[in-house]
Write a protein that binds this ligand. Sequence first.
Ligand code: GLY
Length: 384
Amino acid sequence: MPRTRSDVLVIGGGIIGLAVAWRTAQRGLSVTVLDPDPGHGAAQVAAGMLAPVTELQYGEVPLLRLGMASNARYADFAAELEQASGLPTGYRACGTLAVALGADDRGELHELYEFHQRLGLDSSWLTGRECRRLEPMLAPSVRGGLHVAEDHQVDGRRVGAALVAACSQAGVTLWQARADRLTVEQGKAVGAVTDAGEAIDADQVVLAAGCRSHQLDGLPEGVLPPVRPVKGQVLRLRIPARYTPFLSRSVRAVVRGRDVYLVPRENGELVIGATSEELGYDTTVTAGGVYELLRDAHELVPGITELPLAETSAGLRPGSPDNAPLLGPTALPGLIVATGHYRDGVLLTPVTADVVSEYLATGHVPDLAAHFSPTRFAVQDARR
Ligand code: GLY
């Protein structure tokens, strides 16, 4: 069997795996990324909202802190990545407006605002009229809103392309094949075998294969909990120059109990997302999914019906059992994971890359990531 060797092997070349590889190579380690199509993961579909505050769920304060830490790193991460790759990332520091349409929605959104205030977060409450002053295309039925000036956006597709280029610049080997099997010798992960039968040996193996991470053959039972696919359908519209500025910031709402968001890019794209469906590995774009997104987005911004519909797509978010990421060393020596980012993969890319590369280079997990150890489920299982 042909063999090759690196200090670190990263299985999975979505933006999480590539960012880990890039940061690790910058620390002087030799890195190979194993993926049939590097740069093409769930981030190809994602809207790229960097919105830890407006997406805050009750009971997820540790995740909020991790998301805010990543958001705070994004401007520098994007600038460095653009410099290294010579490619744009679409990073846009534009803020986010979460709006409410009915009286019940308004009440719920105001509770979120009060929660923000208790946590000392920077958000402001606006009347419907103040919301429309910020975003004149909003429907007259908008009753109030929450403005978060620090919740921004980036283009996941561009980040993927830039990371491929930056990794190549940094000497990362991009090995275009599928990981067939994890190699475990004497109770330690020591590499992987590709679907072409090549063996890649490594001192440390990082598993960053999104919602397929737990499916890798050779992974001993109990090392990684199941990471389930959560389908998200997304639309891409084009904003003709005569309509700009159509929206100046990301706009979101909960309509009929479902999240809908509109993310206007600087390049004239308007991303509308997203459904949330637990249907296994299905990525079919359905008439119902497109209809619901257009109907809900139209309630917020009626003018979208004038825009050309450029693309429909569906991606798979990797959801862990508690919907928080799995970051750091596992119970199997030599195996580190960076997966389970669920709705926050694009947002958490910079902090994941920093945390995992720190561990790979020093053997130390930064305090920020202690709550997200992949071994937390083993502890829960043992208590049952
Ligand atoms: N973060 C938005 C989504 O997953 O739909």
